[in-house]
Design a protein around this ligand. Structure first.
Ligand SMILES: Nc1nc2c(ncn2[C@@H]2O[C@H](COP(=O)(O)OP(=O)(O)O)[C@@H](O)[C@H]2O)c(=O)[nH]1
Ligand SMILES: [Mg+2]
Ligand SMILES: [Zn+2]
Length: 324
């Protein structure tokens, strides 16, 4: 029984309604996990006419058999959602619904971590009120030994120490290798029973990690899922996979490129936990921590208690938010 009760013991007999979770949507066909199997359903009738929300991947839907066809006839309330415009309620376009956690995947090297992307994804998760974990992969490539960090704590270089700072911000951090299997048990435990969205740069090992954890999944490795379009026009096609011990994992190519559109710039700092906390001490209540006098955040960066790079990420996202 997974946490959403999808495994209700109701085979779809006659017209008795049942429900399930949308795993993917292709060409108007909804692939729905009804706990027994993955069935194909269409969206007809009541939901299409009366529910202004668009049925999305991750949604819990009510199903009804009509003749030899399964139809989606109802949409359950969402617990959470990662949405394109979802940091505001305006023009919401849900990418994945009912997400429990975002796993931000980076690698210690090859490629080097893109810290702006990490901060963007962490902010998106925080603003969406979804938990985040940081998965640092390719620990087998990290320089280890003598004066370096202990095995499992990542690279001893600038990338490694930059990544270790996230744990201090309260972000649970896991060090993994799809190659050596290091850390995979801890990651598996973290996925079990939850709906997890994996996101991060291309080439960090997201597909490799999922293949290692989900037997038979067979995602293609080493394939760059091209970003189609830029900014507002980025295509984000998501799909959920059943995680056999319980739960689901989502592949969401493109999520990492999404700008935080339509975000009230004053809200952005809620995506940066340490900036929000220190910002309480700024002279102006609406301080944006850019150039204002007596800005506690700027002072904290000077003192070294807030990482310079984190404020830089914040300022980059602030620029984006102010343009929209
Ligand atoms: N050394 C090493 N290579 C890895 C690891 N995980 C993935 N790779 C390699 O990194 C490349 C990109 O992996 P892939 O899973 O496609 O990354 P994705 O783009 O994030 O899905 C492939 O050549 C993988 O074999 C790891 O833990 N260690
Ligand atoms: Mg991949
Ligand atoms: Zn300030």
């Amino acid at each position: 029984m997974n946490p959403d009760g999808v495994s209700a013991p109701s085979p779809n007999e006659g017209s008795r309604p049942s429900f399930g979770r949308v795993l993917r949507i292709a060409g108007g066909v909804y692939h729905v996990d009804d706990a027994n199997s993955v069935i194909q359903a269409s969206l007809r009738g009541r939901v299409k006419r009366t529910d202004s929300r668009i049925v999305s991947v991750g949604d819990l839907v009510e199903l009804e058999r009509v003749g030899d066809e399964m139809r989606i006839v109802g949409l359950r309330p969402r617990r959470s959602a990662l949405a394109r415009h979802g940091v505001s309620k305006r023009r919401e376009q849900v990418i994945v619904a009912n997400v429990d956690q975002v796993a931000v995947v980076v690698s210690v090297t090859a490629p080097d971590p893109d810290f702006l992307m990490v901060d963007r994804l962490l902010a998106l998760a925080a603003l969406s009120e979804i938990e985040a974990v940081l998965v640092v992969n390719k620990t087998d490539l990290a320089p280890l030994g003598g004066s370096g960090p202990a095995r499992g704590s990542g690279g001893g270089d600038a990338a490694g120490s930059g990544l270790r700072q996230y744990a201090a911000l309260g972000v649970e951090t896991m060090w993994t290798s799809a190659e050596s299997a290091e850390g995979l048990e801890a990651l598996a435990a973290r996925l079990e029973g939850r709906v997890t969205v994996l996101s991060g740069q291309s080439g960090v090992g997201k597909s490799s990690l999922l293949n290692a954890l989900v037997p038979g999944l067979d995602l293609r490795v080493g394939q760059i899922s091209e970003r189609r379009g830029r900014g507002r026009h980025t295509t984000v096609a998501s799909a959920l996979y059943r995680y056999p011990p319980g739960g689901y994992v989502a592949d969401t190519p493109g999520l990492q490129y999404l700008a935080l559109w339509d975000l009230d710039p004053a809200r952005l700092q809620r995506g940066f936990v340490e900036i929000a906390a220190v910002g309480e001490g700024c002279r102006f209540a609406d301080c944006r921590h850019r150039v204002e006098p007596d800005c506690a955040v700027i002072a904290a960066v000077e003192r070294g208690t807030i990482a310079r790079r984190r404020r830089e990420s914040y300022l980059r996202l602030l620029d984006e938010a102010e343009k929209t």
